[in-house]
Design a protein around this ligand. Structure first.
Ligand SMILES: [Zn+2]
Length: 551
């Protein structure tokens, strides 16, 4: 093997390899040929070898974002955007301008508001003052609640007589009229009444997001909820079209959103192998088990919430909502496992995490242990026994570090669950100590940027990027090396690709990034500012930062 000529050589830098730090590496036919000193590696230079002088820059394995919503991120880019932390007056002014700008038949769609910044849980009447005729529907920062005006409710046929859908709530005023706030499936029901983006729009939204991710060094990602924005068929068609045009460079796994009565999704699951192409795999399923542990109390918790939801005292307001009953869940997860499909769960509350683990255990007991790495997503709260159980049944815990900086949504979580429960928020330290496989995802566009360096920094600091006096679950912090492994080798294992990617060593595929600073040696509060100069997938340079010296 060492007699081969290199196609590409990166030298005179700092290469984080399995064998320790090295200066250089060479690549041939998409795989890493050699890792070593600059002299050793340059000896493999041939007439057609491309040579890049790293000038001290750092080479790391490509990063994995195992929970991202790229289609929605791209669509949202063009919608009504409310900056994080906007107060009620600022928000209404943005909506007023958006309502003036829309064409006939269009809706004002966008977000993201949060009750904390608005200073109240808002109502439809507030939106009616600035948009009396145009339907308006705005998501909150979690994406699990929406705020609509009267025109949107009327267009969707939602009245005082409308019954709450299973797993969701139309909040109501004192006289039983919908207040304009929708939780969980009620929010999706209303969203379904709005016009949906068509295939060309979905394709260009996805293409924009793919570029964004390459620029941050993301060489592999999981589409976390196919169908969420425009329906499973359109979204799968968009992925397939881009893959066939060679426009998907990353390794992508698509998780098709499963809902009990969504026949379109079931058909797309059946057709999945017609769409897989190149680096696009379509063997993932997404199951939403609960919501978020904020003011709406939609995450399913083992213990009651610490505060109350205004004008409600039912079981759902005290313990949250489990969206799929355990019997059904065990049955479908066992079935998907037997079909060879990898299941990703949305499970924020500890009761939802428990239900997810129960279903994985049920699948193992019926089907035996196989290579499928079912993963429990978000894991905002996980009970101690369930962390140990996840490790013992081979369930992956997927966390969302970009979400946990001190921010309005986190203040909201802290207020909802109380001071004791919040101490163990996102218990990553406990997960690693228990030997569970931990991976991470951005949940973009729930967060404003897909930048993984924000996630890596906050796994370590538990503070805002750049540092803050407040911390969030500081006992659960991990080291820089652990954080980077979560984004590289752990993720490769999760994706069943640990024999090919996730580490830098001879014989593995060359999915690599070149960055401007060493995250192991800079102060942890600077990690978020790491810039990617090159992104390389299977030896091909797929992204070059403007102005980076390439030769
Ligand atoms: Zn998500």
């Amino acid at each position: 093997m060492t007699s081969r000529q290199a196609d590409l050589i990166l030298h005179s830098g700092q290469v984080w390899s399995s064998g320790g730090w090295a200066e250089a590496l060479s690549i041939s036919d998409g795989a890493i040929l050699r890792v070593g000193s600059t002299d050793e590696v340059l000896s493999q230079r041939g007439a057609s070898t491309r040579v890049i002088d790293l000038a001290g820059r750092v080479v790391l394995p490509g990063l994995h974002d195992l929970h991202v919503h790229p289609i929605y991120a791209g669509i949202r880019q063009r919608r009504c955007r409310i900056p994080q932390g906007s107060n009620l007056d600022e928000t209404l002014e943005i909506v007023r301008q958006a309502a003036e700008a829309v064409g006939p038949g269009e809706w004002v769609l966008g977000g993201q508001w949060d009750a904390f910044a608005l200073g109240c849980v808002p109502t439809r009447h507030m939106l009616d003052t600035v948009a009396p005729d145009v339907p308006v529907q705005l998501e909150d920062t979690s994406g699990h609640s929406s705020w609509a005006n009267s025109a949107a409710l009327a267009a969707a046929g939602i009245t005082a007589a409308t019954i709450d859908p299973e797993g969701g709530i139309f909040e109501r005023d004192g006289s039983g009229e919908p207040s304009g706030i929708q939780r969980e499936t009620a929010a999706y029901l209303l969203a379904n009444a709005a016009p949906k983006p068509g295939l060309p729009e979905v394709e260009s939204a996805l293409a924009w997001s793919l570029e964004q991710m390459l620029s941050f060094g993301i060489t592999s990602f999981t589409e976390a909820a196919l169908g969420f924005t425009s329906g499973a068929r359109t979204e799968m068609a968009a992925y397939a079209a881009l893959a066939r045009r060679g426009e998907i460079k990353q390794r992508v796994r698509v998780s098709i959103t499963w809902e009990p009565d969504d026949h379109e999704a079931l058909e797309v699951i059946e057709d999945r192998n017609y769409h897989a192409y190149g680096r696009l795999t379509t063997d993932g399923i997404k199951i939403f088990l609960d919501g978020v542990p904020t003011d709406g109390h939609t995450a399913a918790m083992l213990q009651p919430y610490a505060d109350t939801v205004e004008s409600r005292d039912d079981h759902a307001s005290r313990y949250g909502i489990l969206r799929v009953d355990p019997e059904t869940l065990n049955e479908v997860v066992t079935r998907f496992d037997r079909m060879g499909l990898t299941v990703k769960f949305h499970a924020a509350g500890d009761a939802a995490v428990r239900a997810a683990l129960d279903s994985i255990q049920a699948a193992r007991e019926t089907n035996g242990y196989g290579p499928l790495m079912h993963n429990v997503g978000h894991c905002t709260f996980v009970s101690e026994p369930d962390i140990a159980r996840a490790a013992s049944i081979g369930a992956t815990l997927e966390v969302s570090p970009y979400l946990w900086q001190p921010a309005p949504i986190c203040s909201d979580i802290a207020a909802a669950v109380g001071p004791e429960v919040i101490k163990r928020v996102w218990p990553v330290r406990e997960m690693l100590d228990a030997g569970a496989l931990v991976v991470a995802g951005s949940d973009w566009s729930v967060v404003p940027s897909v930048n993984p360096w924000v996630g890596i920094e906050t796994l370590v600091t538990r503070q805002e990027p750049g540092g803050s006096t407040e911390t969030f679950g500081e006992d659960e912090a991990v080291t820089v090396e652990e954080a980077i492994r979560i984004f590289t080798s752990n993720a490769a294992r999760q994706e069943g690709a640990a024999d090919r990617i996730g580490r830098i060593e001879a014989g593995l595929l060359a999915d690599l990034i070149v960055v401007d600073q060493n995250p192991f040696t800079v102060p942890a509060h600077r990690i978020h500012a790491t810039e990617v100069h090159f992104t390389i997938i299977e030896g091909e340079i797929v992204y070059v930062r403007h102005g980076s010296a390439a030769e």
